[in-house]
Design a protein around this ligand. Structure first.
Ligand SMILES: [Cu+2]
Length: 167
């Protein structure tokens, strides 16, 4: 049953995305309406990884949910392999995006908690599992990483990601 719901949510999402694509010529639109790519960058190639960054996701004894570390710095044009490990007892995810993208995605997840996305800017892990995201940071600026499973962001699962301009 869970699988069926996931599938249904996926279909709803796919059709709403197709609809949005028709209206705005595709992609991940920002409010200024002309960005097809994500501001935070693009999927990276394994052969071009410049370094690995380890990130742990877990709950704390006092009821928080956290990323360790909770802030990250990278340089523009770096390709990073985020090695993400869920050391908690709940399912968690690691999503890279700009603030608006995180907020938008968070709202969608709250409406459709069963939705499972398979986007290159995220990885969702069962307790005890490891996964990775390979990402190229094409733009400098301030971005975020977050877990958008309902309730987790508000329990602390967010971090700042700074991309320093090259040179
Ligand atoms: Cu989480």
């Amino acid at each position: 049953m869970k699988k069926l719901l996931t599938l249904a949510a996926g279909i709803v999402l796919a059709s709403s995305m197709a609809h949005a694509a028709g209206q705005h010529a595709g992609g991940h639109d920002n409010s200024d309406g002309h960005h097809e790519e994500m501001a935070v960058g693009e999927p990276g190639e394994a052969g071009k990884v410049s370094r690995n960054v380890d990130v742990v996701m877990r709950e704390t004894d006092d009821g928080e949910m956290i990323f360790e570390p909770n802030s990250l710095e990278v340089r523009q044009d770096e390709t990073i392999r985020f090695r993400v490990r869920n050391k908690g007892e709940l399912e968690h995810e690691f999503v890279l995006d700009d603030h608006d993208g995180v907020m938008e995605h968070k709202a969608v997840m709250e409406r459709m908690p069963e939705m499972e996305h398979d986007d290159p800017n995220s990885v969702r892990l069962d307790p005890g599992k490891r996964g990775e995201v390979i990402w190229k940071f094409t733009n400098s600026g301030t971005f975020e990483f977050a877990c958008l499973i309902p309730g987790h962001y508000d329990s602390g699962m967010k971090g700042d990601l700074t991309v320093e301009a090259k040179n």
